[in-house]
Design a protein around this ligand. Structure first.
Ligand code: GAR
Length: 209
């Protein structure tokens, strides 16, 4: 990437502790993730732990509480906030609310999500517990583009780990989280490189000319 290209501006959406957001911010600080910057961190939950992390890092934050508001109303505010901050790529990082069709259309093919399972297995809540209870021998995480269906869009990358005999759902979730932190920065780097195309459901990497 040449010097005069603007960094890709990320809008990170959180609802909770924000460890994935923190790992993205650290990757940027340590220059392991280049050509991107965090424009704003938005939480739909006022008490989200990730907000404190964002403030400590000196990043712009916004709290747009979703409780009691319709999806359309709330998402209209989210879209406005993301536009105010000139966001290019939206990164859902433990954002536990479905997006409206309007939101997805406003950032078409520019919304990423991380999910703690090897999709299409175990979409929805408590994916790690679902995987453990099902008895899978391989678990992991997925970073994907967001479309109108839950945990469904084109997959950018996945990281897999074995489920160990001594695992319980908690230890499995902890080990998946380690992989999530690696996967999300890697996926953002791939998207920021623009060296890809989406063919139907398939994210396909392009080789440099
Ligand atoms: C992560 O495990 C993420 O994959 C999951 O929520 C957790 C958020 O943790 N997201 C989903 O289940 C979305 N379907 P964090 O706030 O520490 O990043």
């Amino acid at each position: 990437m040449s010097e005069d290209v603007h960094p890709l501006r990320l809008g990170v959406l959180i609802s909770g502790r924000g460890s994935n957001f923190k790992s993205i911010a650290q990757s940027i600080r340590e220059e392991r993730l280049k050509g991107v910057e965090i424009a704003v961190v938005i939480s739909n939950v006022a008490e989200a732990g990730g907000l404190a992390i964002a403030r400590e890092l000196g990043l712009p934050t916004a709290i747009l509480v979703s409780r009691g508001r319709s999806r359309t109303q709330h998402d209209a505010d989210m879209i406005a906030c993301l536009r105010e901050h000139h966001v290019d790529l939206v990164c859902l990082a433990g954002y536990m609310r479905l997006l409206s069709a309007e939101f997805i259309a406003a950032f078409s093919n520019r919304i990423l999500n991380i999910h703690p399972s090897l999709l299409p297995a175990f979409p929805g809540l408590d994916a790690q517990q679902q995987a453990f209870d099902y008895g899978v021998k391989v678990a992991g995480c997925t970073v994907h583009f967001v479309d109108e269906h839950l945990d469904h869009g084109a997959i950018v990358l996945q990281r897999a780990i074995p489920v160990l005999e001594e695992d319980d759902a908690h230890s499995l979730a902890e080990r998946i989280l380690v992989e999530e932190h690696i996967a999300y920065s890697e996926a953002i780097a791939r998207v920021a490189s623009a060296m890809y195309e989406i063919r139907g459901r398939r994210y396909v990497r392009r080789n440099p000319d």
